[in-house]
Design a protein around this ligand. Structure first.
Ligand code: SF4
Ligand code: SF4
Length: 87
């Protein structure tokens, strides 16, 4: 029988994106590049990437589980949680 508990440090093989019901959508016009979403994401799936000389968040949806913490913590409300149409 296969274990359902995963080993520590297995985040890269455990693609938590399949758990998602809601998907975060970032409005880059509102984003002030503070990086808070990247710091608090429990799956560490938001990276701050340079876009025309300023940093903007990029979400890896293979690992985003749709918890909504990034949307709650974004102080300028640049992240909106929407129903994931891929489910
Ligand atoms: S928390 Fe909001 S403002 Fe800050 S980088 Fe993320 S999306 Fe942009
Ligand atoms: S919804 Fe949760 S898992 Fe997905 S990017 Fe935001 S904080 Fe990370």
């Amino acid at each position: 029988m296969k274990n359902i508990i995963v080993n520590p440090n297995s985040i890269t093989i455990n693609k938590t994106g399949s758990w998602r019901v809601f998907k975060p959508k970032t409005n880059f016009k509102k984003c002030v590049s503070c990086g808070m979403c990247a710091k608090i994401c429990p799956e560490n799936c938001i990276k701050m990437i340079k876009k025309s000389s300023i940093l903007k968040p990029k979400t890896d949806y293979n690992y985003c589980k749709g918890c909504g913490m990034c949307a709650v913590e974004c102080r300028v409300h640049a992240i909106e949680m929407r129903i994931d149409k891929d489910i």
